[in-house]
Design a protein around this ligand. Structure first.
Ligand code: XUL
Ligand code: CO
Length: 443
């Protein structure tokens, strides 16, 4: 490998390996807070945060939106599909290596020409997968997860595994099988299902029960095939309530977890939680993360943030340190991300058109999560917030309260106690807790 670039062309000229320079640095191309080798709670920041670069936003999305044409010009583009895929892969590995992210994630259609026929799909995908394997070996970058794009091609306009037409479902199965084969070749640590079209646009034409059963069956078959070829990673369901469908079956964490249990997938499946999907569902990022942790179902995280005014998935790079602090607190309480990671499912704004903006956006996201980790560590080490939360439930720690939790009380016994009980007004101390969080963040 020549100085952080692979192949013959250096695409990000003038940008070297991104270094940690500390909070006082005025170099936009340096980390201010993410210091990969710094030890926090006995582990390096790098091992806590497990950052991953999303191929689709960083090397494919060109700024096209419903109102305007592309704004991003990618120097690696080539009209020959095989050369295009190789150039893009070389640019991607140069970028990821210079950035210093240990992982990447992709859809099949991001790395390879999708093709029109099934034969073309398999040919181009398997061809580039061999090259990705070489590039992983040369750089040490690892695959966090891959996934099948079962939403862009017109054939999926009525769904993939939930399509009312069986033939379309089989075409989706070909993609999932091929993706699992590629995953095992590349040593992937996870495999994601995001069901953008697994839902409905109108109940007048939709048999919801039948579609959900088809989806459950499809996941089971994917699980069985994956395990049969030696896939040892975790399958992730990525909840999202809507967009592009009016209603998607994996609405939020609670819905996805109920689905996982209903179809007996809990030993192999967990959730991949995305901030902006949780907010679209009317929750917060912290809420969906907490629902997963409470159910032993936190798999991985798509790290981004939404816009408070916009009711759609804006996929912005994370910068809100209150949100990253809450997220890292929940992740630390979960004992870490395990085989998951923080995957930047985030895109530069359409008018951030310099190649350096690709680095600046990721650097900002990594710094925001590093700050979140440091703040969460302070909060846990100090212990005041946890102690206040524990105290709030202390009436269940002994006596009748403890018996209630153990299932030792009848409703009549509780009613008898209730007849004599004093029911004090005990402050929830919300403002005090908000004030404490600001002290942890800014003192
Ligand atoms: C779409 C989204 C996807 C998934 C992978 O909102 O988040 O990019 O992460 O298909
Ligand atoms: Co996502």
């Amino acid at each position: 490998m020549k100085d952080y670039f692979v192949g013959n062309t250096e695409y990000f000229k003038g940008i070297g390996k991104i270094q940690y320079e500390g909070a006082k640095s005025d170099n936009p191309l340096a980390f201010k807070f993410y210091n990969p080798k710094k030890i926090v709670r006995g582990k390096t920041m790098e091992d806590h945060l497990r950052f991953s670069v999303a191929y689709w936003h960083s090397f494919c999305a060109d700024g096209t939106d419903p109102f305007g044409r592309a704004t991003q010009t990618y120097p690696w583009r080539d009209s020959n599909p095989s050369r295009n895929a190789r150039n893009k892969a070389e640019a991607a590995f140069e970028f990821i290596t210079k950035l210093g992210a240990p992982y990447y994630a992709f859809h099949d259609a991001d790395v390879a020409y999708d093709g029109e026929t099934a034969a073309e799909y398999e040919k181009y995908y398997l061809e580039i997968a061999e090259y990705l394997k070489e590039l992983q070996k040369a750089t040490g970058v690892k695959l966090l997860w891959n996934t099948s794009n079962l939403f862009s091609h017109p054939r999926y306009m009525n769904g993939a595994a939930t399509n009312p037409e069986f033939n379309v479902l089989t075409r989706a199965a070909l993609q999932v099988k091929t993706n699992l084969d590629v995953n095992v070749t590349l040593g992937g640590e996870g495999y994601t299902f995001w069901g953008g079209r697994e839902g409905y646009m109108s109940l007048w034409n939709t048999d919801m029960k039948r579609e959900e059963e088809h989806l459950g069956m499809f996941f089971r078959l994917a699980r069985d095939y994956g395990r049969s070829i030696g896939f040892k990673g975790t399958f992730y369901i990525e909840p999202k309530p809507m967009e592009p469908s009016k209603h998607q079956y994996d609405f939020d964490a609670a819905t996805a977890i109920a689905f996982i249990r209903k179809y007996d997938l809990q030993d192999d499946f967990k959730c991949n939680i995305e901030n902006n999907h949780a907010t679209l569902a009317g929750h917060t990022f912290a809420h969906d993360l907490q629902v997963c942790v409470d159910n032993g179902m936190l798999g991985s995280v798509d790290a981004n943030q939404g816009d408070r005014q916009n009711g759609w998935d804006t996929d912005e790079f994370p910068s809100d340190v209150y949100e990253t602090t809450e997220a890292m607190l929940i992740i630390l309480r979960n004992g870490g991300l395990h085989s998951g990671g923080l995957n930047f499912d985030a895109k530069r704004r359409r008018n951030s058109t310099d190649l350096s903006d690709m680095f600046i956006s990721h650097i900002g996201g990594m710094d925001a999560f590093a700050l979140g980790l440091l703040a969460a560590d302070k909060i846990l080490s100090d212990g005041k917030i946890d102690a206040m939360k524990k105290e709030r439930y202390s009436s269940f720690d002994s006596g009748d309260g403890a018996n209630y939790e153990k299932g030792l009380c009848t409703l009549e016994q509780l009613a008898e106690l209730g007849r004599k009980a004093a029911t004090p007004l005990i402050s929830g101390k919300q403002e005090l807790l908000n004030n404490l969080v600001n002290q942890y963040l800014f003192s």
